[in-house]
Unconditional design. Structure first.
Lengths: 210, 68
């Protein structure tokens, strides 16, 4: 557990203890110090705890461990360890082209305005389906929309390997088409092997060193 | 303690109890790192905190005016 989360939990418990004092001895609010304490404990501290807690929870919801804590996502977590450089998510995860502890969020965040809010709403829908409906089998999970090149270009745009790569520059029309999302990075037959869940049983896996 | 102070103290107690429940829910959710805990944190814990603060503010607003 991150230290900040531990500190927030301690602050929350401290606030609850102070609120307990006010519940047990409401008479102290008759004094000036008691009024200040009541304002602090029953107004400022709960707001502070709530805001810090939301911030902590939002940060935690971006972690790879958080995404993979759902049983449905286990296969997708495994696919990050496939020992094949042609397997796009695995190559990104294993070579730290994305932060390993935020691997899912880095690629599946919507980098447009209000993108974080949009993906969080999708996450809420996932929670609803997981607990109150029948989640699809991992191999049947589909994206809400085709993967937008914008998510790839968030990191690769301007990178030498992308801008000067032989395949990207052979045809002068290729780069503009990629940048305008007319030619998909993935579904155009270039980087098409993504989370190959169906063939997971026959895949060879990379063993991460501890 | 005056008679008029008692209802205010009662409301402060109610606000305190609601806030304690909300804060305990928030602490448990922070300890339990699962997607459902995020939803409970925001929806249930947040609701209790909001209700507690509202009851406290209401207790202030409804307190009898003391003239000098």
């Amino acid at each position: 557990m991150p230290h900040t989360t531990t500190l927030i939990i301690l602050l929350v418990l401290f606030s609850a203890a102070l609120a307990g004092v006010l519940v047990a001895r409401p008479g102290i609010t008759a004094t000036r110090v008691g009024k200040i304490l009541a304002f602090l404990v029953l107004f400022l501290l709960p707001i502070l705890c709530g805001a810090m807690g939301v911030s902590s929870e939002m940060d935690r919801s971006k972690t790879t461990a958080f995404c993979l804590s759902c049983h449905t996502m286990e296969a997708y977590g495994k696919s990050l360890h496939i020992d094949d450089p042609g397997h796009l998510p695995a190559a990104h995860f294993q070579n730290h082209r994305v932060p390993a502890d935020e691997a899912c969020y880095t690629c599946h965040a919507d980098y447009a305005l209000f993108g974080t809010l949009k993906v969080k709403l999708h996450g809420l829908r996932h929670v609803y389906v997981y607990y109150f409906s029948t989640p699809p089998a991992p191999e049947n999970i589909k994206l809400y929309q085709p993967f937008n090149n914008r998510e790839c270009l968030h990191c690769h745009l301007g990178a030498r390997s992308f801008e000067e790569g032989a395949v990207h520059t052979t045809d002068p029309a290729t780069l503009p088409a990629i940048k305008s999302n007319q030619l998909s990075c993935m579904s155009s037959g270039c980087h098409e092997v993504v989370h190959d869940i169906a063939n997971l049983k026959t895949a060879k896996f990379w063993k991460e060193h501890e | 303690m005056t008679a008029s102070a008692r209802p205010m103290e009662k409301r402060i107690q109610v606000a305190g109890i609601i806030l304690i429940i909300g804060l305990i829910i928030e602490a448990l959710c922070l300890l339990w790192a699962r997607p459902i805990s995020f939803v409970i944190f925001v929806a249930v814990g947040g609701l209790f905190l909001f209700a507690g603060v509202v009851v406290f503010l209401f207790s202030l607003a409804s307190a009898p005016h003391v003239s000098d």
